[in-house]
Ligand binder design. Structure first.
Ligand code: CMP
Length: 140
């Protein structure tokens, strides 16, 4: 197994409902270490750039509106197989399809307000971490 870093966002539905601690408990209980974390209110250009890969999708405009509707918490998580481990902890994108015990099954409100984002590959994790964090902010 490999020690990896992945990127996480606790979305506006989490900060609105004051669930940051409960989500972080799920993350840490899964053996992931939160080695960087900050609370931000994304600008529209930041949200559009971060989700640029989805720019042609029908849900892109609503996604960017939601992601700028309140504060988010961006994080770097470290652990064995962190990318896959965190995606398993998050559960399916649509909470209706998520496995019991996952973050999205327990906390997500809808496919859009689905509480968390996690990188889908090691390569994208590196890109997404660089988008939000400088090296000196990541303390492993
Ligand atoms: P996330 O992992 O942040 O990546 C893109 C987001 O688009 C996804 O989580 C969902 O919250 C959001 N989204 C909204 N509608 C859809 C949809 N129909 N299919 C996939 N993702 C969607």
């Amino acid at each position: 197994m490999a020690l990896e870093k992945t990127f996480s966002i606790l979305k506006p539905d989490v900060t609105r409902r004051n669930l940051t601690g409960k989500i972080n408990e799920k993350i840490e209980s899964a053996g992931l270490r939160i080695i960087a974390q900050k609370r931000l209110w994304l600008t529209r250009p930041q949200a559009e750039a971060f989700y640029g890969v989805h720019a042609t999708r029908s849900f892109f405009d609503d996604l960017c509106t939601f992601m700028t509707s309140g504060p988010v918490v961006v994080q770097v998580l470290e652990g064995e197989n962190a990318v896959v481990n965190y995606r398993n902890v998050m559960g399916a994108t649509n909470p209706a399809n998520a496995t019991p015990g996952t973050i999205r099954k327990e906390f997500a409100e809808s496919i859009e307000a689905n509480s968390v984002h996690g990188s889908d590959s090691l390569e994208n994790a590196a890109t997404e971490i660089k988008f939000f964090f400088g090296d000196i902010e990541i303390v492993g």
